[in-house]
Design a protein around this ligand. Structure first.
Ligand code: AMP
Length: 182
């Protein structure tokens, strides 16, 4: 499977200078979708993870596949203001801006081992925010899974201790280079 080919690259989105790796194109490609889900599931043996926390919105697509297949609970980490019940929240810096994520307090069961799933790791700030919510709730981070990693943004410094798993890494090619390669 050539996963690189299955990922749409959009230069200058959402801001000039950002190369956006759009993984929604994977879901247009049934072979690539199956490949990604199968690889994700193969990384974690049954019983290793008590539940999944997936991050709005593209993380939901993978998180629900994991929860369905492994028969574990799925918790949604949503952008501020979307969840109706009592929440815990954490603010963090993004590669392009800042944001706050919230989780229903009653969903984050203490003592459980939670796998965090998102589509892409850039600086690691988003995943670090969710990991801190888990730890502040006296639960454990069982691991981190993402399709894409951008290791040149040094996310290992922030979240390396949670042993993040990615299926494909990009090393900061310039936008010009990506366009020339097309
Ligand atoms: P970070 O917190 O810096 O690791 O940013 C990760 C989050 O922002 C993920 O939820 C991604 O969906 C999104 N993101 C950041 N940079 C990019 C990018 N270059 N392409 C696609 N998504 C990105």
């Amino acid at each position: 499977m050539d996963l690189d080919k299955a990922i749409r690259k959009v230069p200058d989105f959402p801001k000039p200078g950002i190369l956006f790796y759009d993984i929604t194109s994977i879901f247009m490609n049934p072979d690539a979708f199956r490949y990604v889900v199968d690889k994700m599931l193969a990384n974690y043996s049954d019983g290793e993870v008590d539940g999944v926390i997936s991050i709005e919105s593209r993380g939901f697509l993978l998180g629900s596949c994991f929860a369905y297949s492994k028969k574990v609970p799925l918790v949604l980490a949503r952008k501020k203001g979307k969840l109706p019940g009592k929440t815990i929240s954490q603010s963090y810096l993004l590669e392009y801006g800042s944001a706050t994520l919230e989780i229903h307090e009653s969903d984050l069961i203490p003592g459980k081992r939670w796998l965090i799933i998102d589509d892409l790791i850039a600086t690691g700030g988003t995943l670090e925010a969710v990991a801190s919510m888990i730890e502040n709730s006296n639960a454990h981070v069982a691991g981190i899974f993402s399709i894409v990693g951008l290791p040149f943004l040094n996310y290992q410094e922030r979240i390396g201790k949670y042993q993040p798993v990615t299926l494909i890494d990009y090393n900061g090619e310039s936008v010009d280079q990506i366009i020339a390669d097309k």
